[in-house]
Design a protein around this ligand. Structure first.
Ligand code: FES
Length: 254
C-alpha cells in the first residue's frame, strides 16, 4: 500500500502573548506503520516546529494529559492511531478548559474544583486511629469501587458535553461518577442527604439533558450513562420516601 502523507491543521495560539492571533497552521507528515497522533505531533515538534505546545506524560492512556479535539471529537492523542483517520486531520484544544497554548489546556483546575465540590474523600464518623488495622471489604465491593475509580481526568467527557459548554458550573458526568464512587464505598459514612444536596440540583443530575456524548467519548469506557441513571433512581426513591431518611453507609449498585 502507498504511504500516505497526512496534513495536520493544528490550532496555534499563545493566550499570554498580546500579539498572538488564533489560527490554524498546516504541517505535512509521512505516515509510518502503527503511527499515533502522539507520534505525529512529536515528529512535528522535533522536526518542524519546537514551539508547538501539547501535553503528554504516559503515552499509554493513563495520565489523561493528551486529550484534544480530533476532527471535532475529543480523543486521547496517544491512543488514536492515524490509520483510520482521513488524510486531513484538524487538531484543536479541548473546549471548556482554560487554554495554556496551542493544544495544551488546564484540566487540573476544573478537576480540583469539582473534587472539592463533591467532597471527594472518604467521610467517616469515627476519629482517625493511627494504629487501627486496614478495614476489610469484599472483592465485589472493591471491584465496584475500582470500576468507578478508573477516571484519568482527561476532560473528554466535559469537552463533549453540550450542557457543560452552556453552564460552566455543571458538575458533568465526571463529577457524578465521583459521587457514585463514594456511594458504593462501605467506608464512606456521609448521610445520603448530604450527597443529594450536591447532585440534586441544576448543576448536578437535573442539569443533564441526556445527550450522553460523555458516554460516547470516554476513552476509558467508564459507565457514565448507567451511573447517571443510577443517581437519578436514588434521588427519585429518596423523594418518594414518606419522611427524610437518615440512612448511612453504602447502598448496593444496581
Ligand atoms: S499521554 Fe497520558 S493519556 Fe495520553
Amino acid at each position: 500500500m502507498d504511504k500516505r502523507t497526512l496534513t495536520f491543521r493544528i490550532f496555534r495560539h499563545n493566550p499570554f502573548d498580546p500579539v498572538s492571533v488564533p489560527r490554524l497552521q498546516e504541517f505535512r507528515v509521512e505516515e509510518t506503520p502503527r503511527m499515533t497522533l502522539y507520534t505525529a505531533l512529536t515528529r512535528i515538534r522535533e522536526e518542524m516546529d519546537p514551539s508547538l505546545q501539547f501535553d503528554f506524560v504516559c503515552r499509554s492512556a493513563v495520565c489523561g494529559s493528551c486529550a484534544m479535539l480530533v476532527n471535532g471529537r475529543p480523543r486521547l492523542a496517544c491512543r488514536t492511531r492515524t490509520e483510520p483517520l482521513p488524510d486531513k486531520v484538524t487538531l484543536l484544544p479541548l473546549p471548556f478548559f482554560r487554554l495554556v497554548g496551542d493544544l495544551s489546556v488546564d484540566t487540573g483546575t476544573w478537576f480540583r474544583d469539582m473534587g472539592r465540590r463533591v467532597e471527594s474523600w472518604v467521610h467517616q464518623h469515627r476519629a482517625f486511629e493511627p494504629g487501627a488495622e486496614e478495614e476489610r471489604m469484599s472483592n465485589e465491593q472493591a471491584q465496584a469501587i475500582y470500576e468507578l475509580d478508573r477516571c484519568i481526568e482527561c476532560g473528554c467527557c466535559v469537552a463533549a458535553c453540550g450542557m457543560a459548554q452552556m453552564s460552566p458550573d455543571f458538575l458533568g458526568s465526571a463529577g457524578m461518577l465521583r459521587i457514585a464512587r463514594f456511594l458504593v464505598d462501605p467506608r464512606d459514612h456521609r448521610p445520603e442527604e448530604a450527597v443529594f444536596e450536591v447532585i440534586g440540583t441544576e448543576e448536578g443530575v437535573f442539569g443533564c439533558i441526556g445527550l450522553l456524548a460523555c458516554d460516547d467519548f470516554c476513552p476509558k469506557d467508564l459507565p457514565l450513562a448507567s451511573r447517571l441513571a443510577y443517581l437519578r433512581r436514588r434521588l427519585a426513591l429518596a423523594a418518594m420516601r414518606p419522611s427524610p431518611s437518615t440512612t448511612t453507609g453504602p447502598v448496593p449498585v444496581r
